[in-house]
Design a protein around this ligand. Structure first.
Ligand code: KIV
Ligand code: ZN
Length: 516
């Protein structure tokens, strides 16, 4: 180990990140995020769990066919059908990896798998061998390693390395560990397992106790050379280790870490905004690295210090993670070429000229309403253009709302449903509530509203409001987005988008379910 060691960055935003309820993404959204991760120089992109559903399979296949400079990985339980499906989805990829896993903690083996430890080892070894028929690049994870018995972990890891796994990932699946203990675990595993030098040790930490990043860093200090993480820390329950935090900790504290990543850190903020925009999971203002306040100095003493010498209160440069003061702004006089150039700089490519034209037309409409168009506006606009789902059955035709002091707010809406226009009127507690009620009179969706959130995309009263609506029906959860300078219209767009998505429910398997 020395300071030249490379720390492999394995991003699982598209797989574990997508397991956050409501963060599901469609194929085009996944391709957009994958391209951004490639631009950020992430080493490995875990694109999904192909056996989960035909849609998941297609998304992994599309990402594998698109990405050229990062390795694309697919997740598979230690089951033949999962591994074959993963292998098939990755077939068109340039550099690919299969990540297979099985639970190893006593509690998981007994209650979830209902298997004896010997059977678990046998199945893990068989899975690694089968995966090798598709690629030489195999990762094995003993799920819930953080609560597994040390001797059993050593046994299964030794056997899977022998079977051909080149990466051994140690997941703290339920976020139970604390840094000193987790670092020690990694150190002991590397020291004890006879063939440990034949594999790269990786970690995958969940944030249930808010320790995912701390545990990952402790593991890196103790020999882990791959870290699994997600943009904005998205992921199952409390999420995974945040990529931006791990990467910037390693970059900033080179006196402590004996390794380096290849990440282009100047892409971090763009990546964070893209993921927030697509998933509707807003970033808290005080979030490290990517929160809007991360580099803002409020107190006079701090401001004075930073003006005299930046290092007084800043340990990183805002520009190094992609915050920039002189942001390029477009306006109503900007032409198609300037618009296209800005899209290219943001890593957005449209599949066809028609899609570009549609986005440009929307840009012109927005530019008429809003003086300055920022990168965040463009991202929202691209999301709106690309998220149009294949069989969009409901379209907003027009909306009229009335709001007056002392009067009950009301809304009149016209929707086009399956090609036929339908109108409805409703009153409500506010104009948004009235509009949603009017929509429901027509659609009668039977959905439950789980989340309604409004964020201003940029500052100023002419900013676009970006609305996320999360709906639930029969266990299926979708996220709809809409953006507009008028927040009632943005809300209606988001609601209609969510309704369209929920009309196409998909039967997806969860990778960590007991249903083997
Ligand atoms: O948290 C976990 O254990 C996982 C595995 C599939 C690696 O996500
Ligand atoms: Zn996980």
């Amino acid at each position: 180990m020395n300071s030249q060691d490379k720390l492999i960055v394995f991003d699982t935003t598209l797989r574990d990140g997508e397991q956050s309820p409501g963060a599901s993404m469609n194929k085009d959204e996944k391709i957009r995020i994958a391209k951004m991760l490639e631009k950020m120089r992430v080493d490995i992109i875990e694109a999904g769990f192909p056996v989960a559903s035909p849609g998941d399979f297609e998304s992994v296949r599309a990402v594998a066919e698109t990405i050229q400079n990062s390795t694309v990985c697919a997740l598979a339980r230690a089951l033949n059908k999962d591994i074959d499906r993963a292998g098939e989805a990755l077939a068109g990829g340039k550099s690919t990896r299969i990540h297979t896993f099985i639970a190893t903690s006593p509690i998981h083996m007994k209650h979830k798998l209902r298997m004896q430890p010997d059977q678990v080892v046998e199945q893990a070894v068989a899975a690694v061998k089968r995966a090798r028929k598709f690629t030489d690049n195999i990762e094995f994870s003993p799920e819930d390693a953080g609560r597994s018995e040390f001797d059993f972990l050593c046994r299964i890891i030794e056997a899977t390395i022998k079977a051909g796994a080149g990466t051994i990932n140690i997941p703290d699946t339920v976020g139970y560990n604390i840094p000193s203990q987790f670092g020690e675990l990694i150190k002991r595993l590397i020291e004890t397992i006879p063939n440990a030098d034949k594999a790269v040790f990786s970690v995958h930490c969940h944030n249930d106790l808010g320790l995912a990043v701390a545990n990952s860093l402790a593991a890196i200090m103790n020999g882990a050379r791959q870290v699994e993480c997600t943009i904005n820390g998205l992921g199952e329950r409390a999420g995974n280790a945040a990529l931006e935090e791990v990467v910037m900790a390693v970059a900033t504290r080179q006196d402590v870490f004996q390794c380096k990543t290849d990440i282009d850190t100047t892409q971090i903020v763009t990546g964070s905004k893209l993921v927030a925009n697509i998933t509707g999971f807003a970033v808290q203002p005080n979030k490290a690295i990517v929160g809007v306040n991360a580099f803002a100095h409020e107190s006079g003493i701090h401001q004075d210090g930073v003006i005299k010498s930046r290092e007084t209160y800043e340990i990183m440069r805002a520009q190094d993670v992609g915050w920039s003061d002189n942001r390029m702004v477009l306006g109503k006089h900007s032409g198609r070429n300037a618009f296209r150039a800005r899209l290219t700089a943001l890593g957005v490519e449209f599949k066809s000229e028609e899609d570009l034209n549609e986005a440009f037309a929307k840009f012109k409409v927005l530019a008429d309403k809003k003086h300055e168009i920022f990168d965040e506006d463009i991202q929202a606009l691209v999301t709106e253009t690309t998220q149009t789902i294949a069989n969009e059955r409901i379209k907003l035709v027009s909306l009229r709302v009335c709001s007056e002091t002392g009067e009950t707010p009301c809304s009149r809406i016209i929707l086009n449903i399956d090609g036929e226009e339908q109108q409805s009127v409703s009153e409500g507690d506010g104009t948004v509530d009235a509009s949603f009620k009017a929509i429901n009179k027509i659609v009668n969706s039977g959905t439950e509203l789980q989340l309604y959130s409004v964020n201003n995309i940029t500052s100023g009263t002419d900013s676009q409001g970006e609305v996320t609506v999360r709906l639930q029906k029969n266990g299926s959860i979708v996220n709809g987005q809409g953006a507009d300078t008028d927040i009632v219209i943005a809300s209606v767009k988001a609601y209609v988008n969510a309704l369209n998505k929920i009309m196409e429910p998909v039967d997806r398997k969860h990778p960590q379910s007991s249903n083997l």
